[in-house]
Write a protein that binds this ligand. Structure first.
Ligand SMILES: [Zn+2]
Length: 295
């Protein structure tokens, strides 16, 4: 696996200064730009069954204080000549002042919302989907909404949702509604746009997916496979309370980290420290997360 252009920067460094910023990497003919919607302070109690002392012991060797964690909310612009895609839409206007800076970040990358041809959705929780709309109007009026069939089915059966998931229902449905007839349901393995394939990452939600950008040094953009690399690389079994199916979420995380370490492809995601481009290596009984310098 290539070990060049990696850094050993603490994985939470710089997050709070990144809202509204953009950073670019390339995959063959694709330009992939990480867009920082903002950050949320992350209390360790959001991991089920993990106490602060345990977390501090895992994070301290990485130079990270588990008592002062901030988690990025990232989306990604993907450009090829003549086309612009966005992976996820950020928080929009529904949350506090530290969030909702996606459109500023998009402008920083030189794009307007109306330039976006398709929204590739990892899933429909509020920090990914609330930015799709502003009241009853689409923020991306020319974009097709591409979402997994399993994700649509999840939100179409509200009687099966627990209270936590139900708290996101209105956002998910509003996201679907504002795109109406411009929605395409896809399945894992589908090439949703030329060169970009939907990848099944079930657990966080049943229809949670990533997008693999094919090229000479491919990249997987996952959604919520990892929330805090400083903790979950060493302890992939630690899970977030918003995971709809924890056992499946843990199995997915183990599988993808193992695959990324074996195959050497690049990864990034919605909550890894901005901009998030990284490679995964095996380390001890778990994994290590190596941020990459941007282009
Ligand atoms: Zn999320």
């Amino acid at each position: 696996m290539p070990a060049d252009n990696t850094t050993e920067a603490p994985v939470t460094a710089g997050i709070r200064r990144s809202a509204g910023r953009s950073v670019t990497a390339t995959v063959g003919d694709f330009r992939v730009t990480a867009l920082c919607d903002g950050h949320v302070d992350f209390d360790i109690s959001r991991f089920v069954g993990v106490d602060l002392d345990q977390a501090k012991a895992v994070a301290a060797p990485l130079g990270v204080d588990a008592g002062d964690l901030a988690v990025s909310v990232n989306a990604f612009a993907i450009e090829v000549p003549g086309k612009l895609y966005l992976v996820d839409a950020g928080n929009g206007t529904i949350r506090g002042p530290g969030l909702g800076h996606l459109i500023t970040a998009l402008a920083d990358a030189g794009h307007r919302p109306e330039d976006v041809d398709a929204m590739l959705m990892t899933h429909m929780h509020g920090d990914h989907a609330a930015g799709l709309y502003d009241s009853d109007r689409s923020v991306f009026p020319n974009a097709e909404l591409i979402v997994s069939e399993a994700e649509r089915a999840f939100w179409d059966a509200p009687e099966k949702l627990d209270d936590l998931q139900r708290s996101q229902l209105e956002i998910a449905l509003q996201g679907f509604d504002t795109h109406g007839g411009r929605t395409t349901l896809a399945n894992a393995g589908d090439e949703v746009v030329p060169g970009i394939t939907m990848v099944a990452l079930p657990g966080h939600t049943p229809g949670h997916v990533g997008f693999r950008i094919d090229g000479p040094d491919p990249m997987l953009i996952w959604g919520d496979v990892v929330h805090v690399p400083a903790l979950q690389m060493a302890r992939p079994e630690w899970y977030f309370r918003f995971d709809a199916d924890p056992d499946t979420a843990i199995a997915t995380r183990q599988r993808i980290l193992d695959e990324a370490a074996s195959e050497g492809y690049r990864v990034t995601g919605a909550h890894v420290p901005f901009p998030g481009f990284a490679r995964i290596e095996r380390h001890g009984g778990g994994f290590a997360y190596h941020p990459l310098d941007s282009d």
